[in-house]
Design a protein around this ligand. Structure first.
Ligand code: GDP
Length: 601
C-alpha cells in the first residue's frame, strides 16, 4: 500500500464534510480553489493536504495553521474539509448522494464588482432546492480602487488597515451584494456579524489573488460544519462504501474508469460494486483503486498510485470492467456481505428518484448528468412544460426522431443542457422541423423556450383571428340610401366592433337573427377599404336586401357570427380582441342565448 493512502475518516468515525464551490463564470471559483490548495501547502510541509481524484482534502491541522488565531483546533473534532475540485454548479447538480446533494456545504463565489449574474442566481436556486447550507465568498476585494493588500491575512485586519475611501467603496459593494441576496430570499450579513448561520448567510470578503480572507473562509466553513453537520458526518467507516460518479473517463491501460466521490464507508480492491448505468445498473468487480501520484513522482509510468482501500470522504478513480455505460451523477455501491440483488434495487431506487416523470406529449430533454437532468426536470415542472423524454447524453439523431413525433408543433423541441449536438442531428432536426434549444444556464434555457412558445401562440392566434368572423354592429343612417338594391348601397355608422368586407349581415327580429345579405364593398370617403372600425361612417354595399323592405334606414344590423366562431372568440380569444369588439360579442351572445341558452357553448 502506498503512502498516498488518504483515508480521511478520523478514529471518531466522523468523516470530512464535502464542500462544493459554485458561482458565475469568471468570478474566481478555480482561483479560489487554487489559492486554498496553495495556502495549504507551504514549503517543507507538502503532503499536509492531499490531492484526491476530483477533490482536495484540507485537514484540520492545515485549516488551523492557515487560520491562525481565528481557529482553536481543540474546538473541532471533524477531520477537515474535502473540496470538490470541479467548480461550478454543473458538477454540483451532478453530485447527489442518498436523498440529496452530495456536497454537505457550499461556497458561492461572487465577484464583488460584478455582483449577481445569471449563474449566481442559478446556483442560489440549486442551493435552495437542495437545502444546502452555504457561505458567500465576496471575491476580488483586491480590485477595489485604492486597495492596499495584505497577503493571506484575515480579512478584518486588512479591512481595518484600508484607507477610508477604499473601505467605503468595498462596503458599498458588499451591501449591494447583501441586498441582492435578500432579494433572493436570503438574509445575509458579513460573517462576523452573523450569530446563527442557520438563519443567516455569512458573507466573507476574500481575494483569491492575494489570499486575503482565505483564513476566514476556511474558519467559517469549518465552524459551520462542526456546528450543524456533526451528526450527519458520523458514519460507519468500515461499512460498505457508497459514492457518486463524477465522471466517466477512458484511461490508458485501464479502459473506461469512473471518478467517484465516496461519502460513506470503505471500498477495497477486488470488491464487487454496483454502478448506475445509462441502461441498467452495472455489476462489476473493482480491478484497481487509483489516487493521484504525488507531483515528485510524476515521471513514473502512470499518473496514478494503486491503493488497497479508500474510506469516506474521498475522491478516487475506480478501474473495473464494463464501466463504459456508467453515468455521471449515478450512485456507486459496494456489495460486501449483502445480496447483490438488494444492492441493485438500492441503486435502481436511487436512480428512480431522479427519474423524470414523462408524458405522452411534450418536449425532449437532454442533460450532461443525472443531477442536471433532475434540476432541468424541476425547472420544467415549475414552468408547466410537459416532458416526453428525458435522458443523460448529447443530442443524437435518435432524439430528433423522438421529438418529431410530438403532436403539437411547439413540443417538437429538444432542450439541451450543457450537451453537444452530435453528427447528423442538426440537419435531421432542420429537415423535421424540430427545434433545438441549448444553454448552460437552466433557467435561461426554460425562459428561451417559454418565449418561443409565447411567440408561436401569438402568431397562431393572429392567423386564427384573420380567419375568424369578427363581431360588428352598425346602423343605417337616415337619408343616406344611395341605392335601393342589387346591391343596396347605404351610409352607415359602425356602433361597435368591425365591419369587414364579405361578411354576412343579419338583423334581429326580437331575438331571432335573420340574415339579410353579404357585405360586397366598403367605401370610406370615396376610397375602397376592407374594413371599418367602431365610430367610422362609411358607405356599405350589401348584396341581398332592398332598402324599404328587408332593411330600413335607422335599422341596427349585425355581422352574423357563425356559432363555432362565437365559441372560439368567447373561450379562447377574448383577451386578444379589442374591448368594443368584446362588448359587441357579448351583446350578440346575449341575444342568441335568450333564444337558445346553449348557443355557442
Ligand atoms: P472561474 O471561471 O469562476 O473558475 O474563474 P477563475 O478562477 O478562472 O477566474 C477568472 C479570472 O478572474 C481569472 O483571470 C483570475 O485570475 C481572476 N481572478 C480570480 N480571483 C481573483 C481575485 O481575487 N482578484 C483578482 N484581481 N482577480 C481574480
Amino acid at each position: 500500500m502506498s503512502d498516498t493512502d488518504t483515508t480521511q475518516a478520523s478514529s471518531s468515525g466522523l468523516r470530512t464534510p464535502i464542500v462544493a464551490v459554485l458561482g458565475h463564470v469568471d468570478h474566481g471559483k478555480t482561483s479560489l480553489l487554487d489559492k486554498i490548495r496553495g495556502s495549504a501547502v507551504i514549503e517543507g510541509e507538502a503532503g499536509a493536504i492531499t490531492q484526491h481524484i476530483g477533490a482536495t482534502a484540507v485537514p484540520l491541522d492545515t485549516v488551523s495553521r492557515v487560520a491562525g488565531s481565528l481557529v482553536d483546533p481543540t474546538d473541532f473534532d471533524l477531520p477537515g474539509l474535502l473540496f470538490i475540485d470541479t467548480p461550478g454548479h454543473h458538477s454540483f447538480t451532478t453530485l447527489r448522494s442518498r436523498g440529496g446533494a452530495l456536497a454537505d456545504i457550499a461556497v458561492l463565489v461572487i465577484d464583488v464588482t460584478d455582483g449577481f449574474q445569471p449563474q449566481t442566481i442559478e446556483a442560489i436556486k440549486i442551493l435552495q432546492d437542495s437545502s444546502t447550507p452555504f457561505v458567500v465568498a465576496a471575491n476580488k476585494i483586491d480590485t477595489v480602487p485604492g486597495w492596499n493588500p495584505r497577503e493571506d491575512s484575515p480579512v478584518q485586519g486588512t479591512y481595518d488597515a484600508q484607507s477610508d475611501r477604499a473601505r467605503s467603496r468595498l462596503d458599498e459593494r458588499l451591501y449591494e451584494l447583501i441586498g441582492e441576496l435578500s432579494d433572493h430570499g436570503f438574509s445575509a450579513d458579513l460573517y462576523w456579524r452573523v450569530q446563527d448561520f442557520q438563519k443567516n448567510v455569512g458573507v466573507v470578503p476574500v481575494s483569491a489573488m492575494t489570499g486575503e480572507g482565505i483564513p476566514d473562509l476556511l474558519t467559517v466553513l469549518m465552524g459551520l460544519s462542526q456546528r450543524y453537520m456533526k451528526e450527519a458526518m458520523a458514519i460507519d467507516v468500515e461499512g460498505p462504501g457508497a459514492g457518486t460518479v463524477l465522471e466517466v473517463k477512458d484511461e490508458k491501460g485501464f479502459g473506461a474508469t469512473v471518478d467517484v466521490v465516496l461519502y460513506d464507508g470503505t471500498i477495497r480492491e477486488d470488491e464487487t460494486i454496483v454502478v448506475g448505468g445509462t441502461n441498467e445498473p452495472i455489476v462489476t468487480d473493482v480491478r484497481a483503486l487509483l489516487q493521484p501520484r504525488p507531483l515528485a513522482e510524476i515521471r513514473a509510468e502512470s499518473r496514478f498510485d494503486r491503493v488497497e482501500e479508500v474510506s469516506a470522504a474521498a475522491g478516487l478513480k475506480i478501474a473495473a470492467p464494463d464501466l463504459e455505460a456508467a453515468m455521471a451523477g449515478a450512485p456507486v455501491r459496494v456489495v460486501r456481505d449483502r445480496e447483490i440483488d438488494d444492492v441493485i434495487r438500492e441503486v435502481e431506487a436511487e436512480l428512480a428518484e431522479v427519474e423524470v416523470s414523462t408524458e405522452e406529449e411534450g418536449v425532449v430533454v437532454k442533460a450532461d448528468t443525472l443531477g442536471s437532468l433532475e434540476a432541468m426536470a424541476n425547472a420544467l415542472a415549475e414552468a408547466e412544460i410537459p416532458v416526453m423524454r428525458a435522458e443523460v447524453g448529447d443530442i443524437a439523431p435518435r432524439d430528433v426522431s423522438i421529438a418529431s413525433t410530438a403532436d403539437d408543433p411547439i413540443h417538437r423541441t429538444i432542450l439541451g443542457f450543457n450537451v453537444e449536438v452530435l453528427g447528423d442531428a442538426k440537419r435531421h432536426a432542420d429537415e423535421n422541423e424540430v427545434r433545438i434549444f441549448r444553454n448552460e444556464v437552466i433557467y435561461q434555457l426554460v425562459e428561451g423556450y417559454d418565449e418561443f412558445v409565447e411567440d408561436s401562440r401569438k402568431a397562431q392566434q393572429e392567423t386564427i383571428l384573420e380567419n375568424i368572423t369578427r363581431p360588428g354592429r352598425f346602423q343605417l343612417l337616415m337619408d343616406h340610401t344611395f341605392r335601393q338594391n342589387d346591391p343596396a348601397v347605404v351610409g352607415v355608422e359602425v356602433l361597435g366592433g368591425t365591419v369587414r368586407n364579405n361578411a354576412q349581415v343579419a338583423k334581429f327580429e326580437g331575438n331571432e337573427p335573420k340574415r339579410v345579405g353579404r357585405v360586397k364593398g366598403i367605401q370610406e370617403q370615396g376610397e375602397d377599404v376592407e374594413e371599418a372600425r367602431r365610430g367610422k361612417r362609411v358607405s356599405v354595399a350589401i348584396d341581398g336586401p332592398t332598402v324599404g323592405r328587408q332593411i330600413e334606414e335607422g335599422d341596427e344590423l349585425w355581422i352574423e357570427i357563425p356559432e363555432k366562431h362565437a365559441k372560439i372568440l368567447e373561450q379562447e380569444l377574448t383577451e386578444d380582441i379589442p374591448a368594443d369588439e368584446r362588448e359587441v360579442l357579448q351583446m350578440y351572445l346575449d341575444k342568441q342565448r335568450r333564444r337558445d341558452p346553449f348557443w355557442g357553448k
